[in-house]
Design a protein around this ligand. Sequence first.
Ligand code: ADP
Ligand code: MG
Length: 703
Amino acid sequence: MSEVFNVEQIFGQNLFTLSKMKERLPKNVYKEVVKVMDQGGELSMDAANVVAKEMKDWAVEHGATHFTHWFQPLTGITAEKHDSFVAHPDEEGKMLTEFSGKELIKGEPDASSFPSGGLRATFEARGYTAWDITSPAFLKESTCGTILCIPTAFCSYTGEALDKKTPLLRSMEALSQQALRIVRLFGNTEATKVVASVGPEQEYFLVDKDLYMKRTDLMFAGRTLFGAPAPKGQEMEDHYFGVIRERVGAYMKDLNEELWKLGVTAKTQHNEVAPAQHELAPIYETANIAVDHNQIVMETMKRVAVKHSMRCLLHEKPYAGVNGSGKHNNWSITTDNGVNLLDPGETPNENIQFLLVLACIMKAVDTHADLLRQSASDVGNDHRLGANEAPPAIISIFLGEQLEDVVNQLIETGVATSVKEGGKLLTGVSTLPDFQKDATDRNRTSPFAFTGNKFEFRMVGSSDSIASPNTTLNAIVAEAFCEAADRLEKADNLEIAIHDLIKEYMTKHQRIIFNGDGYSDAWVEEAKRRGLPNIKSMIEAAGTITTEKAVKLFERFGIFTKVELESREEIIYETYAKTINIEALTMIDMAGKQIIPAVVKYTKMLADTINAVKEAGADASMQTELLGTVCEKLAAMQSALTELKDAEAQASKIGDAKEQAFYYKDTVRMIMEKLRTPADELEMIVDKNIWPIPTYGELMFEI
Ligand code: ADP
Ligand code: MG
């Protein structure tokens, strides 16, 4: 009988969990680890040595040969440099593997080639990685063998963060401290910390490997730069939640198994809206672990696809004309004694706390809408936001009918005496309605939607790290909590002070609430009237992180220094310019070496045909007309190609990163469109046997 697959047995098999530590570590060392995990601080070197030895022994027992400090530089993906456990053999030639506490806790990769936005000169290559003890080490199995991965933060010699993890951890601490002040106001003395939880829903496309290999654009840019629409797209709505194809099913099965082994709680899988588009969602967990796990999910998706002779596309917009991919970032905040601050709760007492939290979040999101929008921007996401398939680039909050009604009542009269649908009637200043879970319909068009006991931030791009959105969310909410607590802690009559503050915040920031259709043009107009920012692109959003307001926020809570923010802004411009540069060069390559030569061949075929038809004494006017059209579009392509080459040469001369990025956005991208349009039109005319690259139909339906 074949072995029965048991998910309980394999779950976390490749993860050095707390329970494994408990089993293997002496009691006092285990206690020290748990203490540092809960309360921060550093492990003593003695304890670190013991942990390192046990971790290594466990890893070696599972076939590991190397370890790596696994970190998340500003490239948005992860980085690793492997060191084997091999040590110097003794006189008899016997080798015993080694791994010290020092190696576990700190690393010093030569880090000169990671983006640093000027924070670290190349001659000053030192970068340090430090173990994030709260995220468990794991074993990565690949053709390299089995590697022990130790999640770390990555900083410069002078202590500046060079990664996405460090600021995230800092923001989590800030949020915890400030949220504790809020729950203390309500008599919660038990909670010792407040944790941000995150559940990211990951969308992706699959494509056949052989077809992918014939598309230079997919290989280099991760998206198609040419391609006419297929006769069938997503209009039948038959893919969403449809039956999963055999090949995709086998992929998902493997993917789940790999993820479960790594302790990632892969939970939901389904087909998405576009053909060949799918989604995976894990169960939510603590923000930093969710960020790590999302990186593992993206990496595993790609690796498993290769095993199945496919490729996984995480780009936000692989194909024009069909939906792109995003990542819904579900976020909530919970005390360590189990109170979700975003849960409306059952007793009026907790409802007041909820309303205060809600008022603070309204204030935070309204005050820092620009930052939140920025945190969800990457090059690919510029194709999605505001393109009628994803939320607009305007930040607003969806509360649902029921909650919005409560907010309106509070604003108008200072008391919420009724609750829609629930039918409960309560009176008095401190009595507030007992909300049912959001009974109203969902609103898929909102960028920031309240969904029962969490907010769903829907702007994030599919390929992007979720570190920045969560760092920003934590930071802005920490600030609002802090300002509220500053006032309320001093209040003579707390009940009245809370009531006044809720009313004040909700009134002042009411404009951020929008329950209507976020995809409509009317909303764009309305948002403008309300004075809400509508920042159209990634590079227009970049400057928001260095405004006085942003620097004040991030410095106040020790999340970013001004210098770190400036360096990150610089990196955004660089990343943008580099990405569009690659896209433009890829287009030049494809147009010049593949598409134009193929079309030229086709014109020769047509010309030969015309001559032959004429010689045979028949009418060749149709063929002549076709040849005329093809030549016209070919000329348009050739002229755009020349223009694009010139623009590229121009771009490379611009020294200032910001100026260069804007040149790519405003000039190079426009010319790329000019080159694509005639090429896509030609694809619809030219003999299929001559067209040099797989079509949209093949890419999306042949799987
Ligand atoms: P939807 O129906 O919108 O897909 P789900 O309940 O399936 O919502 O959740 C989607 C994601 O949100 C999952 O990753 C889930 O674990 C996560 N999630 C659920 N509750 C919370 C919460 N309280 N905090 C953060 N994330 C959550
Ligand atoms: Mg959802």
